[in-house]
Design a protein around this ligand. Structure first.
Ligand SMILES: [Zn+2]
Length: 97
C-alpha cells in the first residue's frame, strides 16, 4: 500500500469522525427542545431536513430544482449540469432567459 492510499484512508477516517461529531452536535442542540416521547422522530425529521437542504452532502451533487411539494429535488443532476433529467428543462429556460 502506497503513501497515497494511506493519505486517502486518513482523510476518509477524518471525514467519518466529522460526520459523527456533526450529528452529535445536531442532537445536542435539539434534545432539550423536544418532547422525550417524540424525541427520536423529531430528531430524525430534523436530520432529514438537513440532508435535504444539502447540509450533509460531502460534495455530492443534487438537482437544484424544487419539487411540487416545495422540497429540494434529491436526484443526481446530469453530468456537468445543475438539474436532473426530470428538471433539465429548467436549465434550458434559464439559459434562454
Ligand atoms: Zn430534479
Amino acid at each position: 500500500m502506497g503513501a497515497r492510499d494511506t493519505v486517502i484512508e486518513e482523510y476518509t477516517a477524518q471525514l467519518q469522525a466529522c460526520m459523527y461529531q456533526y450529528s452529535r452536535a445536531i442532537y445536542r442542540s435539539i434534545k432539550d427542545l423536544i418532547e422525550v416521547k417524540e424525541g427520536v422522530a423529531a430528531a430524525c425529521a430534523f436530520i432529514e431536513e438537513q440532508i435535504e437542504a444539502g447540509a450533509l452532502d460531502g460534495g455530492v451533487a443534487r438537482c437544484r430544482a424544487t419539487t411540487r411539494k416545495g422540497k429540494p429535488c434529491q436526484r443526481t443532476p446530469l453530468p456537468d449540469r445543475d438539474y436532473c433529467p426530470s428538471h433539465q428543462h429548467l436549465e434550458r429556460s434559464k439559459v434562454a432567459a
